[in-house]
Design a protein around this ligand. Structure first.
Ligand SMILES: Cc1ncc(COP(=O)(O)O)c(C=O)c1O
Length: 407
């Protein structure tokens, strides 16, 4: 998928528009599966990153399972044709009723607090459960996505193991998996390896394990020369540790991961049109036909997305602040060197596959954009742009009589 292809997608499907390159998703999946040479590797794609059904179908066709955090994601996965046995459900703070509904759908459940574990185990001792452990490791690219530390709401503290074991023993429940996820954008594989030791230690307490799930957090590059997780190095070192653990444990277990960003981040481009060039006393703004309603990561996490002017790729670069059309400050990038921008040009944002469309909203009553999948050298529309009917569909209108107002 080159810049000419992207320009013709913007022309044919309008802007703003999300475009995903299927080849990149496939090559990331293959790279990951080749890196871990274990007896059984289970990759569960984190649906929250990008939940379009066609993306789920593509991953399913590769043999990938799903990691879900809501019953709606489970249902989307099943609708996409993924077998429920290949879906793991790792919610946080949901009700027992929702967990029981998911069990009925056939997915593997992962429980991350002692209260629900006790209630679930008392009611359904025969249904196998995975346990999310909080290993108290500080990892992750920023505070919002660091989830394995001592102050985090996620997981059952490793220090609560005696209480956890008492619940398991008293209810007679079966623990078939043990899990951790310490954060996204982890820079150092040493963090994974350190946390894996803690998880192995915890795993020794359970005799019926079928899998160990190391979550995700693989770092992808956002700009040239950026650090990324050395997946081959991690593969070699973790495989070695895992095999040693399985020998001691006395049984071959499956090794599981649940990557989101790693599989889809780099596949995505977000295309937007420049509505206005505004020169002020301090900068030149390029105002585009979108805002944080469609791509919130720069404002929410301070994340970096490379911005290229695909309408004027060979032009001399100049400095711009690229901003949206929302009624609040929504700066996508300050002082960016971008090929000279003219009104009407199309800008392309990189790393737009993960946590971009899936975090989009209708703020300012704008329509959410279309999504396109580039597959086998062709553009396929996989989500239509919303329309005015979508904005009003679930609103229930009241009528007021102006003459009968309350005094
Ligand atoms: C439990 C869990 N698993 C997997 C992921 C996916 O992480 P990433 O997109 O960094 O691969 C997340 C992200 O929030 C998560 O919370």
């Amino acid at each position: 998928m080159n810049q000419k292809d992207l320009l013709s997608i913007a022309k044919d499907f309008g802007s703003p528009v999300y475009v995903y390159d299927a080849d990149k998703i496939i090559s990331q999946y293959n790279r990951l599966t080749n890196a871990f040479k274990v007896n059984e590797l289970r990759i569960h794609y984190a649906v929250k990153a990008l939940s379009n059904i066609s993306i789920l179908k593509l991953l399913n066709s590769l043999g990938c399972g799903l990691d879900t955090v809501s019953i709606q994601e489970v249902k989307l996965g099943i609708k996409a044709g993924v077998g429920p046995a290949k879906i793991i459900y790792t919610p946080n703070g949901v009700s027992l009723e929702e967990i029981e509904e998911v069990v009925k759908l056939g997915a593997q459940i992962n429980i991350d607090n002692l209260s629900i574990l006790e209630q679930f185990g008392s009611r359904h001792p025969d249904i196998p459960v995975c346990i999310r452990i909080n290993p108290h490791v500080m990892a992750g690219g920023n505070s919002k996505i660091s989830v394995g530390h001592i102050d985090s709401k996620f997981g059952i503290s490793i220090h609560q193991m005696p209480h956890l074991l008492r619940i398991v023993e008293n209810t007679g429940m079966h623990i078939n998996g043990i899990h951790m996820h310490t954060g996204s954008d982890i820079l150092d594989i040493g963090v994974f390896l350190h946390a894996s030791e803690i998880l192995f230690e915890a795993a020794r307490n359970f005799k019926e394990l079928e899998f160990i799930d190391f979550g995700s957090g693989f770092k992808v590059p956002y700009r040239e020369g950026d650090i990324e997780t050395d997946i081959e190095d991690l593969g070699e070192q973790l495989t070695d540790k895992f095999e040693k653990f399985c020998k001691e444990y006395g049984r071959e277990l499956a090794l599981a991961f649940e990557p989101g960003k790693y599989l889809v981040s780099e596949s995505g481009k977000f295309l937007a049109k420049v509505n206005v060039i505004k020169q002020t006393t301090s900068t030149v703004f390029a105002g585009i036909d979108t805002g944080f309603n469609h791509l919130i990561r720069p404002m929410f996490y301070g994340s970096h997305h490379e911005i290229t002017n695909i309408s004027n790729p060979d032009a001399k670069p100049r400095f711009y602040s690229v901003v949206g059309y929302i009624c609040e400050t929504d700066t996508f990038g300050n002082n960016r060197r971008i090929g000279e921008i003219r009104e009407g040009d199309i800008l392309s944002f990189s790393n737009a596959g993960a946590y971009c469309f899936s975090m989009a909203s209708n703020f300012n009553s704008r329509y959410r954009p279309a999504e396109v999948l580039w597959y086998n050298g062709q553009a396929h529309l996989i989500r239509e742009r919303e329309t005015f009917e979508d904005l009003t569909r679930h609103q229930v209108e009241m009528n007021f009589d102006a003459t009968s107002s309350v005094e």
